[in-house]
Design a protein around this ligand. Structure first.
Ligand code: TMP
Length: 237
């Protein structure tokens, strides 16, 4: 029998996490909420939760076929997925292939400038501080991860970049940048958690350079669900 959500453990900006009768499993429920700029801009976009749930599940399953451990277990409904319980690192791991978003602003780079090698950043997951950019020494000082764990997170994020970059290239999409979150499972293995979706990645159409991600919301471009639907069609075929 399928487990059903028991009690709400955590409600974030875009997802709710429920405990289940199995202590090793959680259920993630994707919301129709959109937020940007550390929660300053908010909206409800009907259908976004289901699109992200399905896209993230396809991408997690693809990564699993390529040898990456992820928390994905089973899609339960259009918005709900059973996942492995992880103890999360309070870190966001960002990989950038082209300049966009905060790096373009921070370093005065033109949007779309390609990087010769991927740029990897760590951010400290702390809403009150606005998830600040940190370096390895900060992560060690804050005891967010050990030196060896930081090396593993870096290697995994770059491997995922190679895999997803090639995957999306074959589908006519440029993987501009993305954010990952990792945790440890009951055996202490480092596993990819959270989501991989147009909320957490920047995708551009390789031909038209049209934005197919949450920048449509951040920049008031409209057509967010159509863009996410385009990504869903590509990852599901
Ligand atoms: P940034 O350019 O705003 O720093 O974002 C880099 C990438 O990380 C982009 O694909 C969006 C994603 N991201 C998140 O998923 N969550 C966040 O809180 C932030 C700041 C970025």
């Amino acid at each position: 029998m399928l487990e059903s959500p028991c009690h709400l453990l955590y409600e974030g900006k875009a997802k709710k996490i429920y405990a289940t009768s199995n202590p090793q499993h959680y259920i993630v429920d994707y919301k129709d909420a959109a937020s940007a700029f550390n929660g300053l801009k908010k909206a409800t976009i009907e259908g976004k939760g289901a699109l992200n749930n399905r896209i993230s599940n396809y991408l997690m399953q693809y990564l699993q076929t390529q040898g990456i451990s992820t928390h994905f277990l089973q899609e339960l409904s259009p918005t709900q997925t059973r996942v492995k319980k992880l103890t999360m690192f309070a870190l966001e791991v960002i990989v950038r292939n082209l300049a966009a978003g905060s790096i373009a602003k921070r370093l005065g780079l033109q949007e779309g400038l390609p990087f010769e090698t991927p740029v990897l950043e760590f951010c400290y997951k702390n809403d009150a501080l606005g998830d600040p950019l940190i370096n390895d020494d900060h992560a060690l000082a804050l005891k967010l991860a050990s030196h060896a764990e930081l090396q593993t997170l870096r290697a995994l994020a770059l491997q995922i970049n190679d895999l997803l970059g090639a995957y999306f290239k074959s589908k006519g999409v440029i993987l501009v940048d993305f954010k990952l979150e990792f945790g440890k499972d009951a055996q202490g293995q480092i596993v990819l958690g959270d989501e991989v979706s147009p909320d957490t990645c920047r995708f551009w159409d390789a031909t038209t350079r049209q934005k197919l991600d949450k920048d449509r919301f951040r920049e008031d471009l409209g057509g967010l669900c159509q863009a996410y639907e385009t990504i869903l069609q590509k990852v599901s075929h």
